[in-house]
Design a protein around this ligand. Structure first.
Ligand SMILES: *Cc1c(COP(=O)(O)O)cnc(C)c1O
Length: 228
């Protein structure tokens, strides 16, 4: 068994040095002592998928460190947007227009511009969240969308189907990459809300494929912190 710091450094070399991508340490279900160990090894970007757990870990780690960037990668209910818009670095899981409006409203109160990614449903599981490509395109046609002033959409997030079929995973990541490239061409004059530069895809099981398919940000939990 290798330690958390060894695991973190292993991934850092692959993700940051070899692929020039961003590495998020997904600390969900793991205690603050685990976060501290990764922090000591140099980790600064951490991600959680539940709001309550994110808030409690943000609170606990704040007493120890002031330079952790927190990422929310799980479902956010509109009525909880107000709890995260004052500190979260990127919300990866925006899956509804109404949620984006709520984030915009609350980020305004905190005088922040909240960085967000649109979660796109690329996998085959019905239980996974996100916009379809069609729904995302529809939202872009909405004038009110383009004019929101306190959110910035900097990219896309997707979770591939949980399967051993690497061809399927490749196909899904490739599709997301191609949508990402299309969005990159939208002019920022017409769409000041867009500044497309992040493609958040890849987890412990499929990060290699994701990086090959052009991921700019992988989210690694189990492979760093160990199986529960
Ligand atoms: C849990 C989770 C991860 C990390 O998954 P691992 O298999 O532990 O690497 C990445 N992204 C999202 C959205 C998650 O919920």
């Amino acid at each position: 068994m290798s330690s958390i710091s060894e695991n973190y450094l292993h991934f850092k070399t692959i993700v940051e040095d070899n692929y020039k991508a961003k590495l998020l340490a997904v600390s969900k279900n793991f205690p603050v002592t685990h976060i501290s160990e990764a922090y000591q090894a140099g980790a600064r970007n951490f991600a959680e998928n539940r709001v309550q757990e994110l808030l409690s870990k943000h609170f606990d780690t704040q007493k120890l460190y002031n330079d952790i960037s927190w990422h929310l990668i799980g479902t956010l209910q509109s009525n909880k947007a107000k709890y995260v818009t004052d500190f979260v670095s990127i919300i990866h899981s925006v899956d509804k227009y109404t949620l984006l409006q709520e984030i915009n409203k609350n980020a305004k109160k905190h005088e922040r511009i909240q960085e967000c990614l649109l979660q796109i449903h690329i996998g085959q599981e019905l239980t996974k969240f996100g916009f379809s490509y069609e729904e995302a395109n529809e939202m872009f046609q909405n004038k009110d969308f383009a004019n929101m002033s306190n959110v910035k959409i900097t990219g896309l997030m997707g979770m591939a189907t949980y399967t051993d079929d690497t061809t399927q995973i490749e196909k899904e990541f490739k599709g997301l990459r191609s949508f990402y490239e299309t969005l990159k061409k939208y002019s920022t004059e017409e769409y000041p809300i867009l500044d497309i530069k992040e493609l958040s895809m890849g987890m412990s099981a499929d990060y290699k494929i994701a990086l090959e398919m052009g991921s700019t940000c992988v989210r690694i939990g189990k492979a760093i912190f160990g199986k529960k």
